[in-house]
Design a protein around this ligand. Structure first.
Ligand SMILES: Nc1nc2c(c(=O)[nH]1)N[C@H]1C(S)=C(S)[C@@H](COP(=O)(O)O)O[C@H]1N2
Ligand SMILES: [Mo]
Length: 390
């Protein structure tokens, strides 16, 4: 674990560097992430998630515990030289420095979860081989994001919302995939771009973004899969079609179970935008040994289209259920729900399970096999944790 002293030194170095408009070096950051005992799926590009007990320990996730999902290089940008470029078919191209974005537009803060479409992919891997990193339920984190509404910036650029428009973004990172080299690029439909809470963010939890999370500027598209929240923003283009980028066209698509990597037709895959109802047990962890009697379970539940109204836990693989207590929520519209429950356990092996319900009565499917897809997206079956009870 990262001790208090290391953490302090780390954040002090960060604020000094950030004040000069230069983020701290990723080398030290990577060391810190490892020291903070994140689960590193890949070092190059860096992909890491926090341990679940750490994730569940604070409602707002500190930047050093926030999961990291990178497809390519980690840009080291200078916050003073930085410019964001906005263009479109019927508008003059405009550029903004960070200082101009801050001074020209009202500041807006939004509490929102960032969640990878591959969160909980490990469950799909256990059913049948899938491509992609085997994320546990930690490819999700929650932050207070501060920036300016994308809508305000588009409006100032002369964009009028019209049916069929898409807002496309590119990042400064360079990706090498499947024999291609390109900058990260995605798009969102204009209606989502025009929601007040879709923001161009320069701060997380009151601190400048770290390089890993998109310094100096990223988009935050609450409720959508993390991939629609591009980091290290380079350009914004308003156009009458979705982004042609590899990431938009070929990745983050949902296919039926019979489709394989070899037979997948990208244009037939469903574009993943909204994230589904989901929940996870964060504490205890898989393989833990517990004492018989009353035990506490803790975890998160998430739903942004319709609020989470009920969470149930089971001590016996889903035969019997108990209601969990939902913690009072802060700024909850785009955030998660923390829950806890006391359950009685008897000696022997026990499979702990959680499932959540939303206001429409929808709940999670019992088995991952029923929602398996070759790329391992939107894994959201009942979360099961096997423990021993003595
Ligand atoms: N430029 C750029 N933006 C990006 C990515 C990336 O690789 N490059 N990854 C996306 C994906 S898939 C996710 S899940 C989120 C992760 O954000 P985080 O690393 O801050 O948690 O960033 C998104 N934005
Ligand atoms: Mo992602």
């Amino acid at each position: 674990m990262l001790n208090r002293r290391t953490l302090l030194a780390h954040s002090t170095a960060f604020s000094v560097a950030a004040a000069a408009g230069v983020p701290r070096l990723s080398v030290s950051a990577q060391t810190a992430y490892q020291a903070a005992s994140m689960i590193v799926h890949r070092a190059q590009p860096l992909n890491a998630e926090p341990r679940l007990s750490t994730l569940r320990s604070t409602f707002v996730t500190a930047q050093q515990n926030f999961y990291i999902r990178n497809h390519g290089t980690l840009p080291q940008l200078n916050g003073i030289a930085y410019r964001l470029r906005i263009s479109g078919r019927d508008i003059a191209t405009v550029e903004y420095s960070l200082a101009q974005l801050r001074s020209h537009f009202p500041q807006r803060s939004v509490m929102a979860v960032m969640q990878c479409a591959g969160n909980r992919r490990v469950d799909m891997v256990e059913v049948k081989y899938v491509s992609g990193d085997a994320w546990q339920p930690g490819a999700i984190s929650n932050a207070m994001w501060t920036g300016v509404s994308l809508r305000e910036v588009l409006h100032a650029a002369g964009i009028a919302p019209a049916n069929g428009l898409h807002v496309a973004f590119t990042g400064h990172d360079v990706i090498h995939e499947e024999g291609e080299t390109f900058n990260f690029g995605v798009s969102i439909p204009i209606a989502k771009a025009m929601q007040d809470d879709t923001i161009l963010a320069f701060e997380m939890n009151g601190e400048p973004l770290t390089p890993e999370h998109g310094f100096p500027l990223r988009l935050v598209t609450p409720g959508f899969a993390g991939v629609r929240s591009p980091k290290w923003l380079a350009t914004i283009v308003v156009q009458n079609h979705p982004s042609n980028n590899h990431i938009q066209q070929k990745e983050y698509k949902l296919y039926p179970p019979e489709v394989t990597k070899a037979t997948a037709v990208p244009s037939a895959g469903m574009v993943i935008n909204d994230m589904p109802l989901n929940s996870a047990i964060c504490d205890p962890s898989e393989g833990a040994t517990l004492q018989s009697g009353s035990n506490r379970l803790r975890g998160y539940a998430i739903s942004t289209k319709s609020p989470v109204t009920r969470v149930e836990v089971s001590p016996d693989g889903g035969n019997t259920w108990t209601h969990a207590r939902l913690e009072p929520q802060q700024n909850a519209a785009w955030s998660w729900v923390f829950w806890s429950a006391q359950i009685d356990l008897t000696p022997g092996p026990s499979q702990l399970v959680v499932r959540a319900f939303d206001r429409s009565g929808a709940t999670q499917p019992p088995h991952t096999a029923d929602i398996w897809n070759y790329a391992g997206y939107l894994s959201r079956a009942w979360h099961r944790v096997n423990v021993g009870v003595s």
